[in-house]
Design a protein around this ligand. Sequence first.
Ligand code: TRP
Ligand code: SF4
Length: 328
Amino acid sequence: MSSRVLSGMRPTGRLHIGHLEGALSSWKELQTRHECFYFIADWHALTTNYADPSQIKESIYEMVADWIACGIDPEKSVIFQQSRVKEHSELTLLLAMITPLSWLERVPSYKEMREALKNRDLSTYGFLGYPLLQTADIIMYKADYVPVGEDQVPHIELTRKIVRRFNNFYGETFPEPQPMLTKAPKILGTDGRKMSKSYENAIFLSDTPEEITKKIMPMYTDPQRLRRTDPGNPDICGIYYLHKLYSAPGDIEMVNTECRRAGIGCVDCKKLLLPKLLEALAPIREKREELIRSKDYLEDVIAEGTKRAAEVAGETMQEVRSKLGLTH
Ligand code: TRP
Ligand code: SF4
């Protein structure tokens, strides 16, 4: 049997080109070679957004529409919703019994995010325990590979540690999952910082050509290029990063040389990029517009995927319960 891949995303809003070029392009490619489970991590969204869950429901449809529009194929991959497979909560509870508190307190994102999101109180039990929920998500499906960004690697390391402890106590049950680093081409937001919804600097997959144009034309470039005659450095320019993803090899080469000797100005450079970017994003936007209008279809996809996920989860939990003396 082919190996199994599992990954998830929190439903916190519309996706942008950072998600497309990072996670989703890998997810799409993986589904041709592996049995893939991709899930909507709605319980995870609550670990940080518990005080205002009003956006979650709508975000789920937006996110699944974005996934499918980017080529995640419900015929090939299992798309499901975490909170509909209650076994995730049961396995999390059982893992909580065997996980030393210090392992959770040591996860780097625990400290970092608590400090970064100062406007929310993250000194909750749910937030501390979220890597356990993530562990349950992964091992429920006995996943071999977990495509994630670099920031998630410590979580997968923790998962591996918990798996070893579980197998050690109760006998070989779960494989140790491997993190699979998704290729993450550099993408900057319109203000030169990392592209992120919370910075309001993102180009969304739902943006119209007019919106994209309005974001690209004033976009931050090499800050040293004050005048048209100043030479620039494409290696630090978000426009150049986009050229590398969307333009023809000849144009990329040209920008790379001409920018450095002030042979091309930023306005022309952006005008060269725009049609290519618009052309690449148009089919995605059209497809996601069509999908978001057919919520019934999206609902079917999620329901079907959840049914399949629940079958696997049911089997895993039967095995786990019996190993822990919990059969009735
Ligand atoms: N923690 C991940 C994030 O915030 C989402 C996630 C939850 C996940 N469970 C997972 C990713 C299991 C991979 C596997 O982005
Ligand atoms: Fe960036 Fe292009 Fe301007 Fe160079 S010419 S700084 S690559 S926008």
